[in-house]
Design a protein around this ligand. Structure first.
Ligand SMILES: Nc1ncnc2c1ncn2[C@@H]1O[C@H](COP(=O)(O)OP(=O)(O)OP(=O)(O)O)[C@@H](O)[C@H]1O
Ligand SMILES: [Mg+2]
Length: 371
């Protein structure tokens, strides 16, 4: 962003080095200084902010307005947690930002016109991390519950099936066998479902070094077999990626479950992109990793409604006829075993599932991870 024309002498220029956004306001609540972080936050060059009323450079709540007014008239400071603001004027449909905000009345002999210092610290990242953490905990709890329940259902099923078989042998009227067959077939179906619910936890992962592209290619060819005619699979690979240490079978299952959902959502007609990238110094589920491999599976299908997106990772939650609602549960379980995460963004015409896998997941976690 262009260097603003500051009205202040060099010592205040030091504020440009701060990560917090700083705005200095005069008695009319006009901006008389904005540091670089404020320019970035408000997405405006300093020139566009200077000498403009604060309520023109951003929109905010009546509570914050009152706080500014009383900071001016009573010399009171104000600290607000999780304050919402929007960039620009009311007519713009700017995105909502969440911030911690401190307003301090001030009087400086260097700059007599300055009456208030406003400090803004974006917390969107922190809120997102908290939300993700809460979701992961909820999902873990519900998976645990389902697993326990599946155990309880699975045990007597064998007995029910065996008893139906014995009964069948004793039946003299073959027409009645239809009923015992229903019991046996339904017991088998339930047994199979319970098995799928119980299988995610492999105690020891069979980790090996592999190219993530080789895994994606395998998934691509499996998908092409399933949806031969009208599905096109495009590749956007970063070929310089290092090899990953992971459980190959689990990784295939993860990518396949996600890509298959995409193909099913599009009725097998549409485009799926496999994209690979790397990212440095990433924090996933509170642990910091030096290098992370990001695989994005992108489709141009109908998209996923916001309220459903929160729930779709839960077991037995499905949005399609005939779905068991286990594909994403399994995928997430496997990715978590690799210390990774799955994120999803979606709008009609573009759905992205981002699978983030740390390269060094199987190294012991440092006792204290610097953030
Ligand atoms: N790319 C996508 N586009 C649209 N909807 C999706 C997409 N991915 C997942 N979904 C929705 O999420 C639901 C849950 O997916 P999940 O894989 O967990 O279960 P399922 O596909 O219904 O059943 P299963 O995979 O166990 O056979 C799907 O039924 C579908 O409604
Ligand atoms: Mg599925």
């Amino acid at each position: 962003m262009a260097t603003p024309q500051k009205t202040f002498p060099p010592p205040l220029g030091g504020l440009d080095y701060l990560a917090s956004a700083i705005l200095l306001l005069d008695a009319g609540q006009q901006v008389c200084y904005a540091n670089s972080a404020a320019e970035n936050l408000l997405e405006a060059a300093g020139r566009a902010l200077l000498h403009r009323p604060l309520n023109e450079v951003m929109r905010y709540t009546a509570t914050l307005q009152q706080a500014l007014d009383s900071a001016l008239s009573n010399n009171w400071s104000y600290t607000g947690q999780n304050v919402e603001i929007r960039r620009g004027k009311a007519a713009d449909r700017g995105e909502t930002l969440h911030l911690n905000c401190t307003v301090t009345p001030m009087q400086s002999p260097d700059a007599p016109e300055v009456r208030m210092l406003m400090e803004l610290q974006p917390i969107d990242q922190q809120l997102k991390a908290n939300r993700e953490e809460r979701l992961i905990e909820q999902q873990q709890a519900s998976r645990e519950l389902i697993r326990n329940l599946a155990h309880e259902i699975k045990n007597p099923l064998g007995g029910i099936r065996g008893a139906a078989q014995l009964l069948e042998r004793e039946l003299n009227n073959p027409a009645l066998q239809e009923y015992t067959q229903v019991i046996i077939q339904e017991a088998d179906r339930l047994q199979d479902l319970m098995q799928r619910l119980l299988s995610p936890h492999r105690a020891v992962l069979q980790a090996q070094r592999m190219s993530v592209h080789e895994v994606l290619e395998r998934v691509g060819s499996l998908l092409k077999l399933e949806f031969p005619a009208t599905l096109s699979i495009l590749r956007d690979y970063d070929t310089s990626l290092p090899e990953l240490t992971a459980d190959r079978e689990q990784l295939i299952q993860v990518f396949l479950n996600i890509a298959r959902n995409a193909a099913q959502a599009m009725d097998g007609k549409g485009e799926i992109v496999f994209r690979s990238r790397s990212a440095r110094q990433v924090t996933l589920a509170k642990r910091r990793f030096r290098l992370v491999i990001d695989v994005a599976i992108i489709d141009n299908g109908p998209g996923i409604a916001d309220d459903f997106r929160e729930r779709m990772f839960y077991p037995l939650v499905s949005g399609r006829p005939g779905g068991t609602g286990l594909g994403l549960t399994l995928a997430q379980s496997f990715v978590q075993q690799h210390q990774g995460t799955i994120e999803c963004e979606s709008r009609p015409g573009r759905t992205i599932f981002l699978i983030r896998l740390p390269l060094n997941a199987f190294e012991p976690a440092p006792t204290e991870s610097p953030q």
